[in-house]
Write a protein that binds this ligand. Structure first.
Ligand code: SF4
Length: 648
């Protein structure tokens, strides 16, 4: 079959004949041609195209045409699933294309046969509910070919999976008794034969980090990568190139060690007293270290003097105790199945902790954070991942396409390229697909105080209630802080609309409930809204309380600001403002997903009108009516809703 995009996506092409809802879109043809050009000429290209372009099929066709092994990396597991279960089967069925493709997720998404065997003989299940879950899993294991826990009858966030999955560093690999039938081994074998590999950014960069550290990769060699939702890459790369040591991780590692020492003592008749003694002492030192953090703020940078002193005082004792423990364990390294891996993990934990407590590498920001269950973790994140990617990623690829609805600011992709270490690329911004002036409107009330005013949250809460009444719910309220979110929650609970609040249930449950109960209002912070896809009139209003600048006191943000200042750059103009502009564009992207969607984007932050930098936000949004009064909004919204109802 001729896979030229002009033919495939043309007005008389095979898709137009086979898909009843096919719509000829010149921008889709142009987009697909651009992907083809990047792949055939072996370049890097950044392509900004909005929802509605039909990007997925448009990058799939030239990928298949190239005959190369192409890796498609998506922002979330949900998008991976959509590609694997919906888009690709559609292409195969409608165009009769034959090609092999594999869906690859992180290791913790697959049942580990070794742990499954242990669960049958040892009391490792976390709670009573897990007993019935385990029975269901037993029948599923006998049938499943992939071991993907998302396909099992038990929810993939059920506590039992902790006991039945395994992390990369704990897996026994080729030394495992189950290596041949192992689902991960089989997955890798299928990947070796596949033309298209579907992964997600977290897995991609976790693998890159492994490659940088020890040259190991779970992926077979590939030629081209297509990064969908590429605006997330810098953040996800930073996360995966960070080092960490957490109280919880340490506790889990030490409970595995205790179990192993117990086996050595009872089954292997070994004298493990010395090892147990040093394990106890290491545990004591770690608890002492984290105890000292209890009076600290929830998230704090290391280079604050008090913490540096505190960390370093403990570092020497802790390191010495770890050394003694490892020395003692050397006697047993080949005595049990798990001991070699356990020894390696303990040794890695020791080095990470030593690095974290030293806190002296200028390329990193060191910080400590307490989670909701009051457990601490120490982190070191690279201030800049561009160098690592410039060295270890881009030169190893024949071609790469980075695509998203938000890559450009003021018609250039400088910020994204700088963050990712891309020096040369061929970039293109595709025009908007939707009739924004007819479908949407932008509401910016002038009467609210500035967000820095003490009464802002109360005034914004009252305004949000009025907006919810105008649109009769169907609202996302995207908050810049948890404290404001609580105030808005108080205001909104006086209204009679189903209210959903981030943190009360899982993200998936909240979204399902939002879709099911028309007129719902969902309150969430910025991190929640990425990648959400709600079409139609379930969502007709997106309210942003403040311009979405990242919190400058966040350790990573604060350190990046200092880092840019040291380079004589303006952190506000070069980093904070472009980041916030992209976030706002993302917010609008949640609202209008198809050509019949409609609604209002409300920005309750008047600085968008009064400050110079406000213009950057306005000129990076598509043109649409700008309204300042509630009556005007009521009318404009009503017109748009009426038009929508005519379609349905
Ligand atoms: S090889 Fe690793 S993932 Fe597979 S069964 Fe063994 S321990 Fe589990």
């Amino acid at each position: 079959m001729n896979l030229n995009p002009e033919v495939i996506f043309g007005p008389k092409g095979p898709l137009s004949k086979k898909l009843p809802y096919f719509e000829y879109r010149p921008s889709q043809v142009e987009y697909s041609q651009a992907v083809r050009d990047i792949i055939t000429k072996g370049k890097i290209g950044l392509l900004e195209a909005q929802t509605g372009t039909g990007k997925t099929l448009a990058y799939m066709i030239p990928s298949l045409e190239s005959g190369k092994r192409v890796m498609i990396s998506t922002g979330t597991k949900a998008l991976q699933e959509q590609l694997y279960h919906k888009d690709i089967p559609l292409l195969q069925k409608k165009l009769g294309l034959q090609f092999s493709h594999v869906l690859m997720k992180g290791r913790m998404n697959y049942l580990c046969l070794l742990k499954h065997e242990r669960a049958q003989i040892e009391p490792v299940l976390p709670d009573k509910n897990s007993v019935s879950d385990f029975e269901e899993i037993q029948s599923w294991v006998a049938e499943t070919e992939t071991g993907d826990i998302a396909d099992s009858p038990v929810a993939d966030d059920a506590p039992i999976w902790k006991a039945l999955t395994i992390s990369a560093d704990a897996c026994l690999g080729s030394k495992c008794r189950f290596f041949n039938p192992c689902f991960i081994t089989k997955l890798k074998q299928r990947a070796e034969d596949a033309q298209i590999l579907i992964v997600n950014h977290h897995l991609f960069f976790a693998d890159l980090s492994l490659q940088i550290m020890n040259g190991y990769s779970i992926f077979p060699p590939y030629d081209v990568v297509i990064f969908d939702e590429a605006h997330q890459l810098a953040e996800i790369a930073t996360h995966n190139l960070s080092l960490g040591f957490s109280e919880r991780g340490f506790r889990e590692l030490f409970s595995e060690l205790s179990r192993e020492l117990q086996i050595l003592r009872t089954r292997e008749k070994q004298n493990v007293e010395d090892a147990q003694n040093w394990a106890h002492k290491v545990g004591e030192s770690v608890s002492k270290l984290f105890d000292r953090f209890t009076t600290m703020p929830q998230k704090v940078r290391y280079d604050e003097r008090a913490i540096a002193d505190l960390a370093q005082n403990n570092a020497m004792v802790l390191n010495e105790r770890f050394n003694r423990l490892l020395q003692s364990l050397l006697n047993f390294v080949d005595k049990t199945e798990d001991m070699p891996q356990l020894y390696r993990r303990l040794s890695a934990a020791q080095s990470s902790l030593a690095f974290l407590l030293q806190g002296s590498d200028d390329a990193y920001v060191y910080w400590a954070e307490r989670n909701d269950t009051r457990e601490w973790s120490l982190q070191a994140s690279p201030l800049d991942v561009s160098g690592a990617l410039k060295k270890s990623l881009w030169p190893n690829l024949q071609a790469a396409v980075l695509t998203s609805a938000t890559l450009f600011i003021d018609d250039n992709s400088k910020k994204v390229k700088e963050e990712l270490g891309i020096e040369q690329s061929s970039d293109k911004k595709f025009p908007y697909n939707f009739d924004y002036p007819a479908q949407a409107c932008l509401y910016i009330p002038k009467h609210l105080p500035e967000p820095t005013a003490p009464n802002f949250a109360e005034s914004a809460g009252a305004e949000i209630c009025k907006l919810v009444q105008v649109t009769e719910g169907g609202t996302f309220v995207l908050c810049t802080s948890f404290s404001n979110m609580r105030i808005y929650e108080r205001f909104l609970s006086a209204l009679d609309y189903p209210l959903l609040v981030q943190g009360t249930r899982s993200k998936q449950t909240l979204l399902k409930s939002f879709l099911k109960n028309r007129g719902s209002v969902l309150l969430a912070t910025m991190s929640f809204w990425q990648g959400i896809d709600i079409q139609g009139d379930a969502l007709v209003s997106v309210i942003v309380d403040k311009l979405p600048f990242a919190v400058p006191s966040d350790p990573l943000m604060e350190a990046r600001i200092q880092y840019l200042r040291k380079q004589d750059r303006d952190p506000f103009m070069d980093y904070q403002l472009p980041g916030a502009v992209m976030m706002l564009k993302q917010g609008l992207g949640r609202l209008i997903r198809t050509s019949v969607d409609y609604g209002v984007l409300a920005v309750l932050d008047r600085r968008i009108l009064t400050k110079m930098y406000g213009k950057a936000f306005l000129r990076n949004l598509p043109a649409m009516p700008l309204l300042h009064k509630l009556d005007e909004l009521r009318e404009a919204f009503g017109e748009r809703r009426e038009k929508f109802l005519q379609y349905h």
